[in-house]
Design a protein around this ligand. Sequence first.
Ligand code: GUN
Length: 293
Amino acid sequence: MQLIDGKGLAKTIKEEIAVEVSQIKSTGGKTPHLAAILVGDNPASAVYVRNKVKSCEAVGFKSTLVRKEATITQEELLQVVADLNNDADIDGYIVQLPLPAHIDEDAINLAIDPKKDVDGFHPMNLGRMTLGLETYLPATPYGIVQMLDRYGIETSGKHCVVVGRSNIVGTPMSILMSRKTKTGNCTVTITHSRTKDLASEVRRADIVIAAIGIANFVTADMVKEGAVVIDVGINRVEDASRKRGYRLVGDVDFDQVAPKSSFITPVPGGVGPMTVTSLLMNTLKASRKEVYK
Ligand code: GUN
């Protein structure tokens, strides 16, 4: 079993980005600038956004955090989005999800200028991804693709089973794994809450990508000997022995599954840190106008 060190890999990629940023600056280029909109006080979202902003600073980007109360109206939030679309200094931005229940997430997503959509959630960018065109890949799937690539994990002809069909992970991941690319060419099965006998589907997988948001959902009896296991889950479970009262666990029962796997990502320190580096890479692409001229 080999542990996939997402934290270490993310550090390496950030160092690579920092070198590129200093080259851009030393040649008089514009400093890449990422903005994030955070609505309300969801504690997990606040942590994620803080990490994104800190990472921007670490690589030499400019960053702007736009914080809004949970009571913001849809119209007011659409105005914030329009302002960022029109701000020439901002290369890319994200609207941290989830949004409060009274806000229509789809309407907000559609209002983001695809050129600045560094989360890659806009239909234009997802469509470009589906067609294999240059695009901003959604951060989590992009991070996973980079891990598979840099660890030299063979995907061609393998059977990949994705657990979960969310718009931001499961669905785009299933498409990327089947594309004709170095880290694609898999036969893909996407499983979800209505899948009959999900365990037997997962047992057929050479590569399992768990993104269902349920702590320890994937157990050892569901995993084939030698499988590659990618755990996207970040679930809080109560733990009185921890100062903060909880600990983070993935969607995979790591202790049970790790001995059966060939490669596995830990939680924390696996997929999570790679998500942030993907966002930085997309922002760099936006500032260089690599996707849209
Ligand atoms: N919430 C959970 N993951 C993400 C993400 O990748 N981007 C945004 N904007 N919100 C999220």
